[in-house]
Design a protein around this ligand. Sequence first.
Ligand code: B4P
Length: 187
Amino acid sequence: MTRLLIMGPPGAGKGTQAVGLASLIGGAHISTGDIFRANVAEGTPLGVKAKEYMDAGQYVPDEVTNAMVRDRLADDDAQSFVLDGYPRTLDQVATLDGILAELGASLDAVLVLTVDHEELIARLLKRAETSGRSDDTEEVIRGRQEVYIAETAPLLPVYRERGLLREVDGMGSIEEVTARINEALGL
Ligand code: B4P
């Protein structure tokens, strides 16, 4: 079993890299952002709740996100996984610790992609041209970077202290970043 987290600010390439990484380890790619967007598209009660926060560039409340991840990690295909975009708050870290303890499982590594601020904005503005995502407007993009710094950056020292953090340079082409990730994980 291989259990990985992939972290980094919006636009760092988490989703882009997580897909290939999950198939490489033969595990599930679990993106909380993707699950929320699918629920929004289907108009489920979860989607209705999530949409107001996502449109504003805010995090969906922890109790909603935590319950969703708890359910997904109980699925048979989630014994090996790449969790993409979760945890994003200290409360989510504590919840994930609890879920994994209940499952008798533990994390193998926490990847964090580092990318210059201006490059992040440029990538998301480019994605905005085609994504149709309501949180890909310039004002919301800038706001989401601030939310990351306030809410999620404090998670990095927690995982560093546990000896799990692998910081990977996320600048350059997608293929270059993939190669660095695989090297950092010994894959
Ligand atoms: P996410 O779906 O996780 O969105 P993201 O952070 O914008 O995306 P990511 O970093 O994965 O970027 P991508 O690979 O697409 O979250 C969206 C929202 O959902 C959050 O704001 C929040 O509201 C909610 N949410 C999700 N998880 C939550 C949680 N745990 N708690 C509470 N709320 C939560 O890459 C971006 C762009 O760059 C793409 O266009 C890509 O093609 C491009 N790109 C990637 N790598 C590149 C490279 N090397 N060079 C050039 N371009 C590159």
